[in-house]
Write a protein that binds this ligand. Sequence first.
Ligand code: CAA
Length: 259
Amino acid sequence: MDYETVIVEIEDGIAIVTLNRPEVLNALSGQVFNELADAASILADDDSVRAVIITGGEKVFAAGADIKMMASQSAVDVATSIRPSKIAFHLIETMKKPVIAAIAGYALGGGCELTLVTDVRIAADTAQFGLPEIKLGILPGGGGTQRLPKLIGAGKAKELIFSGDIIDAEEALRIGLVNKVVPVSDLMAEAKKMAKKFASRGAVALQLAKSCINEGLQMDLEIGLQYEHKCFSLLFATEDQKEGMAAFIEKRKPKFKGK
Ligand code: CAA
């Protein structure tokens, strides 16, 4: 995978996708979204990859959509140019494997929205989050008005979106925007540790658990419970379920095959 604005490395079954436009604080251009979408669809189909980490490196995650590219666009232009971000976000959010965001420095606007389509957010103590679009005379157009309230509640989401304020990692942890905060020097080690733990679990069970949670957020409770019941039953057709339960009974570690 040879890209200009994104670097993809695979280590030990874990893919690390690093945003790579440091000169503009990893601002998200159409090219970034196209490359992210391409990488996401390849990694989704690569069975040797068991988990994905998205990061911007140790200095900055992403300072949002590329304002310089958007500034002169018409309403018609934007309706078209926003498509690559929607495709990339959809592919990441629905990927059948866990995706972790490892966030240092600014995660603003579209950068913050990118973290919202991942499954788990780990923040460095240097991380700063916000949806400052309101200060540009626009609103979060990368799913922020929809996904943020689901994650942290409507009241807190409205406060962040209406004010455009930037919050630090500790505040992000307090309101449930991130799962944990670690020293920046430990960020990637922590993300890899979590990715390896997820990768060691039964891949089919994890995939269906992710689907139950993501789909369940769109459904009413009764239909969500029915969907969970079907997925739960389906897992009893997998080798991993036989292996996981046999390993428990035999007091050994399971060897999952993802089948
Ligand atoms: N788009 C394009 N370029 C950006 C950028 C962005 N979102 N954010 C930063 N840059 C560029 C700057 O223009 C600057 O480039 P030059 O050196 O060529 O001037 C370079 O990155 C470094 O930035 P600063 O000099 O501004 O760095 P700073 O440390 O003083 O400030 C900052 C950092 C507070 C993050 C500031 O850059 C900033 O406010 N950035 C914009 C944040 C923002 O509004 N994000 C939302 C974008 S809109 C969006 O995301 C829409 C959506 O919902 C999808």
